[in-house]
Every structure is written in structure tokens, then in C-alpha cells.
Design a protein around this ligand. Structure first.
Ligand SMILES: [Zn+2]
Length: 338
């Protein structure tokens, strides 16, 4: 028999998780026939009755106040449980920073999405550090020995406006870019993708590097409190994720612009001045020669014909990155795909 807690686990994974509930047994079978295993707070494994075609890690809430994708994932769990969302893949659903989700904040002590790939070991007092370690272990356990395609879709919402409202970020691993990932991003109707050129400490950098997953971070629009999100704005990503886990081919082939990181703006001291409005939209373009920042003798001037600014933040601590600069590499990147 299924207890009421176990029913809530599948029917409202978000409420179940926020309430700190635990299932009576750690695993069971949903009405759809899908086998579920609760692996800890906010970590739920869903396995189809038949041999899986791929392994898909779907995560949200790595930033606790980015509510819309969390609600979207919770609905997906319910639909997998009741059979409305067919399942051909093994799926690991992860709600990331639960303590911050309860508080309605981005994080408590440290940005969880800067603590992966072992960086949590140098911040032992941070309340986010144990969660980063737990999520790394859950991801490695999930991808271990998987012979089929491995995917990780990590869903976020942005703080600021953007020229491209919905965009993706791909981690840098040194491996060639995968056409399958670009096809999926088009299916999800993402408008732009940003290619990193250096390793990072994000969740998707970790799964790409340590597990060889096709991993992307999605920025799906602006943050609102739980219950106030218009999930229709996220319908394309939701539909593409449902096709991915159902083993169905892409249905969309939307245009996709590609940008590659060419530089970063550094904050050296408290004298740092960013010469753009603090709320400038992501991907705002500037012509060659524009002085975007100064800090003592340091200047950042646009050196390409056109550069676009992403994630500008003059309020970071000195020594940290105050913005990324990217250039359009759409044609060269799409031609390079194998
Ligand atoms: Zn985020």
C-alpha cells in the first residue's frame, strides 16, 4: 500500500520537499509503473519499467529563489507518476538548495553554483558546502556505468533583463561540442547559447567534466515568488525536456545564436567603476573602443568590432569577475559541429 506521504512525494514533490517530509519506504512503484527511489531531500530517481534509452539529470533550485523551473520540475514528477509524461529514460530529479528555497533566497552563505568540482572542500563552514558534496555524489552515482547518452539540464531564471530572454550556457571541458546538445537547445527554443572557454565550479561543469554528461545551464527569464510564475513562458523548455525523457525526436528547430566568451571584466579594488547602467540587459552590444570599466590604471576597452556584456555585477568582492564579454560565433560554431 502507498501511504499518503508517498502519494504527496510524487503528486507535489515541491511541497513534500519544502515540508521536510520523508516517504515511509525509500522506493516504490508509481501508478504509471515507473519505479521511484527517494535518495534524500530533493533527490528523486525515476526509472521506466523497460530498459532505459538514456540517463537524464534534471535539476532546478540550485539558486533557491529561482522558482519557476522548480515548479515546472515538480509538475513533471507528478506527470511521470501518473503516466501523463511517458518515460523512456532514467531520470534523476534534483531540487538544489532547499534551505535557500525555504527562505526564498538565492543562497544562505555561498552561491551553491560556485561550489562544485570540489570547491566546497575549501569552504567547510558554509551551509551550502555539504549540499554541494551531496549533489556531486548523487550525480556520480546516477551516471556511473551508464552506457547510453547522459544528459544534465540545470534550469535557472535570471536576475536581470536580457536581449535574449532565454539562453543557455555550456561548460568548457575541452571535448568537442555535441550536435545533439545544439539540436536539443533548438527544440527548447532557446534563443542564444554562451560557450565558456574556461573551467568553472557550476553544477553543469561538474557533471560534464566528471561524468561526461551533455550538460547545459538554462536561463529561462526573470525570477518571481512561488505561485506567481506564468509557466506558459517556460512551455518550450518543458516540452523539450519531456520529449528528451520520453525518447522522442526534436519537434522544433528554432534559430539559435552562439556566443563565445572572449574576456572578463575584473574588479581589482573598491575604486572599480563600471561605465554601464547597473541594470543593463544581458547581451547588450558595445562597439570597438568603448571603455566599459576602470579601476586605478586598469581599463577594460572593447577590442573586437562588437562585444556583448553578460552578467555585469560591479558589487562583487575585489578580485572577482565583474562581467563576461562575449562575441557572436554562430556561423563558425554551427559549421564546426560533427
Ligand atoms: Zn540561477
Amino acid at each position: 500500500m502507498t501511504s499518503s506521504a508517498d502519494t504527496r512525494l510524487l503528486e507535489d514533490f515541491l511541497a513534500f520537499t519544502l515540508a521536510g517530509e520523508r516517504p515511509a519506504a525509500s522506493s516504490g512503484t508509481a501508478p504509471s509503473g515507473v519505479r521511484w527511489t527517494w535518495q534524500g531531500e530533493g533527490v528523486l530517481l525515476l526509472e521506466p519499467a523497460r530498459a532505459p534509452t538514456s540517463s537524464v539529470l534534471a535539476s532546478a533550485g540550485v539558486h533557491g529563489d529561482e522558482t519557476a523551473p522548480i515548479e515546472m520540475l515538480s509538475r513533471l514528477v507528478a506527470d511521470i507518476g501518473n503516466g501523463r509524461a511517458p518515460l523512456a529514460a532514467r531520470v534523476l530529479v534534483i531540487l538544489g538548495n532547499i534551505r535557500a528555497m525555504r527562505a526564498g533566497d538565492r543562497y544562505i552563505d555561498d552561491d551553491l553554483n560556485r561550489l562544485f568540482s570540489g570547491r566546497h572542500t575549501s569552504l567547510r563552514d558554509s551551509r551550502e558546502a555539504p549540499r554541494a558534496a551531496e549533489l556531486e555524489n548523487a550525480a556520480l552515482r546516477f551516471f556511473d556505468d551508464a552506457a547510453h547518452p547522459k544528459w544534465h539540464i540545470d534550469m535557472h531564471t535570471a536576475i536581470r533583463a536580457s536581449v535574449f530572454e532565454q539562453f543557455a550556457l555550456l561548460p568548457h571541458t575541452g571535448e568537442p561540442l555535441a550536435r545533439a546538445m545544439f539540436d536539443w537547445l533548438r527544440d527548447a527554443r532557446l534563443q542564444a547559447v554562451l560557450l565558456h572557454r574556461e573551467k568553472g565550479n557550476t553544477f553543469t561543469h561538474f557533471t560534464a567534466q566528471a561524468a561526461g554528461a551533455l550538460a547545459c545551464t538554462l536561463e529561462l527569464g526573470k525570477v518571481r515568488p512561488f505561485g506567481q510564475n506564468d509557466l506558459a513562458r517556460f512551455a518550450a523548455s518543458d516540452a523539450a525536456l519531456r520529449r528528451l525523457i520520453a525518447g522522442e525526436p526534436a519537434a522544433e528547430s528554432a534559430p539559435l545564436r552562439v556566443f563565445t566568451v572572449v574576456a572578463q571584466i575584473d574588479k581589482h579594488s573598491e575604486h572599480f567603476i563600471l561605465n554601464v547602467a547597473s541594470d543593463v540587459p544581458n547581451f547588450t552590444a558595445f562597439p570597438a573602443g568603448t571603455e566599459l570599466a576602470r579601476d586605478g590604471d586598469y581599463r577594460y576597452r572593447v577590442s573586437h568590432d562588437e562585444e556583448r556584456i553578460v552578467f555585469p555585477n560591479p558589487k562583487v568582492k575585489p578580485g572577482l569577475r565583474a562581467g563576461l564579454m562575449v562575441v557572436d560565433t554562430t556561423d563558425a560554431t554551427l559549421e564546426s559541429l560533427g
